[in-house]
Design a protein around this ligand. Structure first.
Ligand code: S3P
Length: 181
């Protein structure tokens, strides 16, 4: 049976998982953990450096290790994932066992603008980032959409997004507790 001990935020690069996650953790009085920050700390180098030195496959192994070894030890934690973690159905299904999954959604055109103006994301540094982001987004979206909740985060304040997430999560917790009596 699924348990809801944590909240996991998934979604494409640039949707605001970290900023929303920090605020949601504060609102719920949960801990906050960002998987990219965790991996950077463990590896002692930035994400672009990990990709350069060891390749993307190694970074994906770090993500898998987080899900199989660290995640099972967490409770009352909001976890902001890197964009690839929630797009891997096998890892997402493991996260789903012990967490409420929220997909933060932003339309592709807006995301492309945000990503072209940002640095530190190796997957955006390609010869044709618009084409590649579009293809990656199309491939990942159906997987992100298996989340328990999808929230459109554009055209509204972070506070309103976070309040909505907290409302649905707490409602889900009440339903689960109610059923177990
Ligand atoms: C990635 C997203 C990044 C980071 C890495 C790979 C992806 O995290 O994990 O660059 O595959 O989408 P953000 O989603 O926080 O940008």
């Amino acid at each position: 049976m699924r348990t809801f001990k944590n909240v996991v935020l998934i979604g494409f690069m640039g949707v605001g998982k970290t900023s929303c996650g920090e605020k949601l953790a504060h609102m719920l009085t949960y801990e906050f953990l960002d998987t990219d920050h965790y991996i950077v700390k463990q590896e002692g180098m930035s994400i672009p450096k990990i990709f350069d030195a060891h390749g993307e496959a190694y970074f994906r192994q770090c993500e898998r290790r987080f899900v199989t070894e660290v995640f099972p030890t967490l409770q009352r934690t909001v976890i902001a994932t890197g964009g690839g973690m929630g797009a891997n159905l096998e890892l997402l299904n493991l996260l789903r066992e012990r967490a409420y999954i929220v997909h933060l959604h932003v339309p592709l055109d807006e995301l492309i603008q945000r990503l072209l103006n940002s640095s530190g994301r190796p997957l955006v540094k390609t010869a044709d980032p618009r084409r590649d982001m579009k293809a990656l987004f199309a491939k990942r979206l159906p997987i992100y959409r298996t989340a328990d909740l999808e929230i459109l985060t554009v055209y509204r304040s972070i506070y309103s997004t976070v309040r909505q997430m907290a409302f649905y999560y707490e409602r889900q917790l009440k339903l689960v507790n109610h059923r177990s009596f």
